[in-house]
Write a protein that binds this ligand. Structure first.
Ligand code: SF4
Length: 251
């Protein structure tokens, strides 16, 4: 092994990246650093689902540090709010607020996640090995692994279910899996109904921020996701609650 070579992992603190770290430790694989990029809603509020953010800072990072792994937290220069309130500079919508990110072409992914990670990667030696948490049953994603990218889950024959069990056994399974099976921002246009309902029920202060944004005038799009405004989703949940109340009163 080249002594100067660096080994890092991109860590979202989801089951696949944490299981990769657990496997590296178990099998004595070299690992110098875990790099986590936190998307921010604004300067102070994280874009992580709050339960996952708590897990990252109160359990995930301390556990890695106890294992002797350096943890680097990256944040982009721009936040969701910066992107939302930025103005379009050309074309027919010039001057309007950029507003909600587009499904499938998320500017948050590009500016708040990919950019800071790429900038950090450029500061590393070019032969740095990057572990990527892709399970052996994710063949399509494994085929897309680039040069100097390695899946320890594949090397040690670990499926997504195995990764789940490894993390659970180590007490390192994020509580976010009780809400969703995918990682992502709480304001994601790809969020499933169940995730949005969780936000509505348990984080009304975040929900209110989205309704405030929906109410801003001069937006390039009124749609939060492919089909609905955020206010439509809010109205639907309120209606569900009212019907439930009526049902309870009648029972
Ligand atoms: S989770 Fe959703 S909102 Fe966040 S960066 Fe990815 S696509 Fe964009």
């Amino acid at each position: 092994m080249n002594a100067a070579k660096r080994y890092i992992i991109s860590c979202s603190f989801g089951k696949d990246s944490l299981a990769t770290i657990l496997l590296a430790k178990k099998h004595g694989e070299p690992l110098d650093e875990a790099v986590y990029c936190e998307v921010m809603f604004d300067k102070t509020i994280s874009g992580e689902v709050p339960e996952h953010r708590d897990f990252i800072y109160t359990r995930g990072i301390p556990a890695l540090e106890r294992m002797g792994i350096k943890v680097t937290v990256l944040r982009g220069e721009r936040t969701y709010l910066d992107l939302f309130t930025g103005r379009i500079t050309r074309g027919p919508k010039k001057g309007m607020l950029r507003s909600f990110p587009i499904c499938g072409r998320c500017a948050v992914q590009r500016d708040c996640k990919v950019k800071p990670i790429r900038r950090y990667q450029k500061s590393l030696p070019p032969d740095t090995i990057q572990y990527i948490g892709i399970a052996k049953d994710e063949q399509e994603r494994l085929l897309r692994l680039g040069r100097n990218q390695v899946s320890l889950l594949e090397k040690y024959n670990c499926t997504e279910q195995d990764a789940w069990e490894l993390c659970e056994k180590a007490g390192l399974l994020s509580p976010v899996y009780a809400i969703t099976d995918r990682g992502g921002c709480w304001f994601c246009p790809n969020a499933k109904r169940r995730e949005l309902r969780h936000l509505y029920d348990h984080h009304p202060e975040l929900w209110a921020r989205m309704l405030e944004l929906q109410a801003l005038p001069g937006k390039a799009t009124e749609k939060f996701n492919r089909t609905q405004r955020f206010s439509d989703i809010d109205a639907a949940f309120r209606q569900e609650d009212e019907q439930l109340d009526l049902f309870r009163e009648a029972a």
